[in-house]
Design a protein around this ligand. Structure first.
Ligand SMILES: NC(=O)c1ccc[n+]([C@@H]2O[C@H](COP(=O)([O-])OP(=O)(O)OC[C@H]3O[C@@H](n4cnc5c(N)ncnc54)[C@H](O)[C@@H]3O)[C@@H](O)[C@H]2O)c1
Length: 352
């Protein structure tokens, strides 16, 4: 297949492209307009990428350009990951989230639908459109609630999750109204190599390495269900190969942890792998005022996705976080360059 991947220079999109190039025969058209969150380096370690890979620097809200991509390249499938993805930024500046996540998804769906309508025979029957979404669209869980599943009702609570929920509804509507072969995956928090430093895990690793205070929102009791990004990439590729139009797949690695547990684990790993002569890193933990409207707990029961896609996360949290910490120790050039030019590590999303 030629797979049109949107957002392929971002964190998860680049993991998807690495997986496609290294483990499958599929070719890739990467559509990424290179926002602050994108890096060309994310794809630099794939050997001999050129013959199987094309990058088009296109913004997905530009309908003429998106149409051109479909008619020029005639893809067999779309994996849609391009988005504004940081909750804290959505609190400070929601407008771009509405543009990219809602209007961008709509633009891609319409261009995809017009292209698909004109396809014939097997090319038409085989075409798939996968929309990659988040568990945050389901709102949040209390400690006693069972994990989210594909049946969980929508209850988004941040501008980010509301924009993703909106795009999920569009994708489903294009399937039920037009028979467009689209479907949705909802996944828990990812972590791993090439994670942009504004997110909790890379931020804590970097600040701990620099001996800076480690900001933990509220009391650190909020729970996230952590999935190693390479495992997510594998699940998404299985989904584009086997996924059924109109379906939903709720994906996780069954690894819920409180934020405080995550931060403590990172401190312990750094103390082991890169000791600080002035003392254990836990001394740097600093509780800071909570994020406005901070969702308490997300967790997914991935049984349906595991059974129907024949997939299971290969890494538990201990294995994945060790690999991640080692990766950040070995790639200081990459994250320091981002800190110098694009994001200084300052607090975002205080809601003022
Ligand atoms: N990171 C997570 O934990 C997580 C969990 C579940 C779902 N998701 C979803 O997975 C997808 C990828 O997340 P990520 O963490 O890799 O995000 P990211 O912010 O790291 O990367 C997003 C990429 O999309 C590109 N992009 C943004 N706006 C664009 C536009 N208008 N046109 C073209 N390209 C554009 C950016 O340049 C960037 O390369 C998103 O849809 C996100 O909602 C993320």
């Amino acid at each position: 297949m030629l797979i049109l991947v949107t957002g392929g220079c971002g964190f998860i999109g680049s993991a998807v492209i690495r997986h496609l190039i290294e483990n499958t025969e599929h070719n890739v058209l990467n559509v990424d307009c290179m926002t602050y969150a994108a890096s060309y380096e994310n794809l630099s370690e794939i050997p001999h990428i050129a013959p199987r890979y094309i990058h088009e620097r296109v913004n997905i809200i530009e309908s003429d350009e998106v149409r051109r991509l479909f008619t020029t390249y005639r893809p067999d499938a779309v994996m849609h990951l391009a988005a504004e993805s940081h909750v804290d930024r959505s609190i400070d500046d929601p407008g771009i989230f509405i543009q990219t996540n809602i209007i961008g998804t709509y633009t891609l769906l319409e261009a995809g639908r017009k292209y698909w309508t004109e396809l014939k025979n097997e090319k038409k029957e085989g075409f798939r459109f996968l929309h990659v979404s988040t568990d945050e669209v389901f709102g949040h869980l209390r400690p006693e609630d069972p994990p989210f599943t594909e049946q969980s009702p929508y209850d988004p609570r941040s501008p980010y999750s509301a924009s993703k929920a909106s795009s999920d509804h569009l994708v489903r509507a294009w399937h039920s109204t037009y028979g467009f072969p689209s479907f949705v995956t909802n996944t828990t928090n990812n972590y791993g190599p090439w994670h942009f430093p504004e997110k909790l895990i890379p931020l804590i690793i970097i600040k701990a390495l620099k001996g800076q205070p480690l900001p933990v929102y509220g009391e650190g009791k909020n729970v996230r269900d952590w999935l190693f990004v390479a495992d997510h990439a594998e699940a998404l590729v299985k989904a584009i190969e086997k996924g059924v139009p109109g379906e939903t797949y709720a994906i996780s690695g069954r690894q819920p942890r409180t934020n405080l547990e995550v931060v403590r684990k990172i401190c312990a790993l750094l103390d082991e792998l890169h000791p600080d002569p002035t003392g254990p890193r836990e001394r740097l933990i600093q509780f800071v005022p909570d994020r406005p409207g901070h969702d308490f707990r997300y967790e997914i029961d991935p049984s349906h996705a595991e059974q129907s896609l024949g997939w299971k996360a290969a890494h538990d949290f201990d294995a994945g976080i060790r690999e991640t910490v080692k990766w950040f120790l070995a790639h200081e050039d990459w994250w320091q360059n981002i800190l110098d030019k694009r994001y200084t590590g300052h607090r975002l999303g205080v809601g003022t």
